[in-house]
Structures are given as structure tokens and as C-alpha cells.
Ligand binder design. Sequence first.
Ligand code: ADP
Ligand code: MG
Length: 246
Amino acid sequence: MSAVLQVEGLHKSFGGVQAVADVSFAVDAGELLALIGPNGAGKSTCFNMLNGQLAPDDGIVRFEGRDIVGLKPRQIWRLGVGRTFQITATFASLSVRENVQMALYSHAGRLRSLLGRFGRAFTAEADALLGQVGMLDQAERPCGVLAYGDLKRVELAMALANQPRLLLMDEPTAGMAPKERVALMELAARLARAQKVAVLFTEHDMDVVFSQADRIIVLDRGQLIAGGTPQEVRANPNVQAVYLGS
Ligand code: ADP
Ligand code: MG
């Protein structure tokens, strides 16, 4: 089986700074791959080259076998590459259910010509998603009044409404309390595995990384210096020297 996401020889420089140098990796369906490294290692630059916000200087990004370099962010999203946890993606005055319905509408929009109609309310679908993330009891509340962790769960439901086969999550638990972080990522992991979604995430909280990732790759100054299972990466002396020991 070929990987959902395949990255080969990715390069990006800003002026004289080599932000990403010859990075290659792959993510399979239902797999959670964590991309870690110190601040400035090149993690966000990598992400932005995968979602179309940044053009690589060199390299190939294949999603389901197709080279997506050069496509716009919206085109890549339409192919089935989702991003989670963008606070700005929710409407504060709309209810939790309405926000998920919007996401379902937006997904259906790309299938409109196939379905031949666009007038459904998606109430049942929205409630099914809210049930999956444990937010059905708050469906009527406006998103603007939610606790931060609850809002993150709504955003996860909205990302899943798009039925992505690849989810990109850049620091999904930023701003959350430590205990909430593991719980949120556990939920995301469980749903992603059940739906065979490939997940690539960056994360500063090592408890989250080591408890949730199937595999970990480590960036340092733009280069991949280690990769493997959590146990392998934890035991890698390079990683301990440049990252975990710091
Ligand atoms: P990380 O997400 O791992 O903290 P980044 O990908 O944000 O790292 O940054 C990698 C390197 O590239 C850093 O040295 C950073 O200063 C530099 N960099 C990132 N984006 C830009 C940009 N738009 N212009 C110039 N330099 C950048
Ligand atoms: Mg970053």
C-alpha cells in the first residue's frame, strides 16, 4: 500500500537561512506521525509547503500519489487535506451545531454537481460528529462562549466534516492546560485511526507526542536527524543531545 502523504527532498531557504534541507518522509492511512524539533527547526515551514501556503525551492509532495506542489491551499484542501485547530475558522455568534453544519455545507459544495442539490440542513450529520467529539450536549451554545478545550473539539468535528484523508495539525494543543492536551490529542488520534485518516502533527508537549504518536521524526536546523517509534526516538543520542536534553 502506498503512503497517503509522501515527501521527497524538500528544500526551502529564506535569504541565507536554510529553513528546510532535504527532508523526506511518508505518512500512511490511519497513522499518526509527529514532527518535532526545537524552535526554528523548520517545522512550520514544512507544514506550509505541504498545505500550499509556501512554494518549496525543491522537492516533491505527493498526496495519494499526486504531486501537489504548485497547487493553491484551497485546491489542496479540496483534494482531501484538512487542517485543524484554527480558532478563526469558527463563527463566535453561531451555535456549535451551526458551525459544524457550515463545515458540512462547505464540504458538500465541492460535491454539489454530483449531488445535484444543496438544500439539506445536515442536522443529523452535524449531531453525529458532535457526538463523536463529546459536544452534543453543547450543540445549542454559541461557539463564542465555549471553554477553550471545548472549542478545540468543535474545530476537530469541523475538520472531520470535510472527510479529509490527511490531517495537518501544527501545534494543535497550544494554549491548553497540560491535562487537556493529552485528552484532546487522544480524541483526535482515536477518530483519525477509526476513519483511517493519516495525521501529521507538530507538538511541544512531549507527553502528548510520546503517548499519541505512532512514529516521530525530528528536525534540527532544517535537517531530519532521527525518525522511528517513540521508543527508538527517545533512545536516540542525537535527539537527546539537540532536543530532549535541552
Ligand atoms: P519551527 O516551526 O520549527 O519553529 P519555522 O519553520 O517557523 O520553525 O522556522 C525555520 C527557520 O526559518 C527559522 O530560522 C525562521 O526564522 C526562518 N523563517 C521561517 N519563516 C520565515 C520567513 N517567512 N522569512 C524568513 N525566515 C523565515
Ligand atoms: Mg512552528
